[in-house]
Design a binder for this molecule. Structure first.
Ligand code: ZN
Length: 158
């Protein structure tokens, strides 16, 4: 049995800024309306459900809330140089320089803040939340950068 959660419809959404240094148009500072999409496959348990939707929405909502109205920066590995001080992040690439207040930034454990890497990050975070019981076989986590433009990560649990 498969259950799905569409962040556009259920409010699992966030807005955030980013740039992708290696892509010409995307290497300028810009933002997206993002939504988290989720497919969960598993056995239906004796109580007639695969997993409680409320539990899934709470866990997913907490994960995206941390990124909402923030500038998203990679922790490393990309072609940009990020220098952190107590009050700000200095970001340089392609001869450009940005200064972001610490309070406005979330540094993610990715080498690139693409929809693909965000989907992997959300999959890690959801699996780490401990909400999935032994009846769950797989999860697919999608990140939409606006409607109709999505990246999906699949994780098999059994
Ligand atoms: Zn973008």
């Amino acid at each position: 049995m498969k259950i799905t959660l569409n962040g556009w419809e259920t409010g699992i959404r966030f807005v955030a800024g980013h740039f992708l240094p290696s892509i010409e148009k995307c290497n300028r500072l810009h933002g997206h309306n993002y939504a988290l999409l989720l497919e969960i496959e598993g056995e239906t348990e004796e109580d007639g459900i695969v997993i409680d939707f409320t539990k899934v929405k709470e866990a997913a909502g907490q994960i995206v809330k941390k990124l909402d109205h923030r500038m998203l920066l990679p922790s490393g590995g990309s072609s940009m140089t990020v220098r952190a001080s107590a009050s700000s992040f200095n970001v340089q690439f392609n001869g450009k320089e940005y200064l972001f207040p610490v309070a406005d930034v979330v540094v993610l454990p990715v080498d690139n803040v693409s929809a693909e890497k965000l989907a992997s990050y959300f999959a890690d975070e959801l699996l780490g939340s401990g909400i999935f019981g032994e009846n769950i076989k797989s999860i697919r986590v999608g990140v939409a950068e606006g409607r109709g433009q999505e990246a999906w990560e699949t994780r098999v649990l059994q």
